[in-house]
Design a protein. Structure first.
Length: 377
């Protein structure tokens, strides 16, 4: 039997003061202990055990960009695992078909190699190219309407779990229902859609919003825009809690309005790296003063990691540890329909982060395996 992990363990019923034992296959074999009030969890020097973080929007890290191909995905997954992310979606940029195919082939090849000590790559978030030319954000200008044949070719190379599209682009709205019935999750983003178009897209089956407030029509009292459609109607939406992309006040609005708002990093190759220039698809971006920008000053992804996202939610936004954990893990798992990740229950994967009272990582387990030397901050 594996050595038990003890401390304050967050379960779907609340925090246990107890022990967790993993099976040889890396799943949770037993959970024992007594429920305790959450107010006790950050007192003293006891370990806090939370579900591993799940990030559905990851472009890069450790100097590598997913679109580079080669072993980039492996390097990126290792960097994010060191910051507590135990499962992620590799996220592509808007690009010509050839570039996308190269990146997908590399993902397939890397995913077939065991023992990387990185986060489990669950599939792809296809953030581009089916977006609006007028709301590229930091995306290169290869935007186009949904091309079903292209989409299916890419999916055959490595599974696409999530598609961002602009519903107002000619032809896209009519395809949402079919994409959802085919098993893809459809999110709305990089879009000039009106409030009414956003509501129509949700009625067609779209179920999320890509980096809420960023690269979409904003909320005005006479033109609520796509952001307004999300706030009025969404169950799920992504948000980037680096406190640069979205003002804390706007995050508070979203927390009150969207029940299962979940956090993503939208991290780039600059994550975990010093200031300097890095790749983001076909763009060169610059990391400086904690942000990542194009030459014209446009925000271009982030340097955020999920452990910092957790600390921001708790220390800056005032969320409880359990609610913050849901925002960086459980809601994303539920959104993708993952039954055995995002919570610590018997039979679930042993995806866990161990933290001290200051919410600094002390260890990370991916499917029951401890990774080497997670970062302390």
């Amino acid at each position: 039997m594996n050595h038990p992990i003890s401390g304050y363990i967050l379960t779907p019923q609340g925090f246990l003061w107890g022990e967790l034992v993993l099976s040889d296959e890396g799943r949770i074999q037993s959970l024992t202990g007594d429920l305790v009030d959450e107010s006790r969890v950050r007192d003293g020097a006891h370990t806090i055990v939370l579900p591993g973080f799940i990030d559905l929007h990851v472009h890069g890290g450790a100097g590598r960009d997913i679109m580079q191909g080669g072993d980039a995905m492996q390097v990126v997954s290792q960097l994010h695992a060191q910051h507590g992310t135990t499962a992620l979606l590799a996220t592509t940029m808007t690009a010509p078909t050839h570039d996308l195919e190269m990146a997908f082939c590399a993902m397939r090849d890397v995913a077939a190699q065991p023992g990387s000590k990185g986060a489990r790559v669950l599939g792809v978030h296809l953030e581009g190219p089916y977006i609006n030319h007028g709301k590229l954000g930091a995306q290169p200008d290869f935007a186009r309407a949904v091309e079903v044949d292209e989409l299916l070719r890419l999916h055959a190379l490595f599974p696409i779990r999530l598609i961002t599209l602009a519903p107002e682009v000619a032809g896209n709205m009519d395809l949402i229902d079919g994409l959802c019935k085919a098993g893809f999750k459809v999110q709305l983003g990089h879009s000039l859609a009106s409030y009414e178009e956003g509501v129509q897209a949700l009625a067609q089956g779209a179920s999320g919003f890509t980096h809420l407030f960023n690269a979409m029509t904003g909320l005005s009292h006479r033109a609520p825009g796509l952001a307004g459609a999300a706030l009025a109607h969404a169950q799920y939406a992504e948000i980037i809690p680096d406190l640069i992309h979205v003002h804390p006040g706007a995050i508070r609005v979203a927390l009150r309005a969207i029940p299962s708002l979940y956090c993503v990093t939208d991290s780039t190759a600059a994550a975990g790296m010093p200031d300097g220039d890095y790749r983001l698809g076909r763009h060169t971006v610059t990391k400086c003063a904690g942000g990542v920008r194009l030459a014209d000053g446009t925000l271009a992804g982030s340097t955020l990691t999920m452990d910092q996202a957790l600390r921001n939610l708790v220390n800056e936004m005032g969320l409880s540890v359990s609610e913050a954990s849901a925002r960086v893990s459980t809601h994303a798992a539920n959104y993708l329909g993952l039954q055995d990740r995002g919570h610590l229950s018997i039979g679930s994967w042993g995806d866990m982060v161990l933290l001290n009272r200051d919410l600094i990582l002390t260890n990370v387990f991916v499917e029951g395996m401890s990774i080497d030397h997670p970062h302390a901050a």
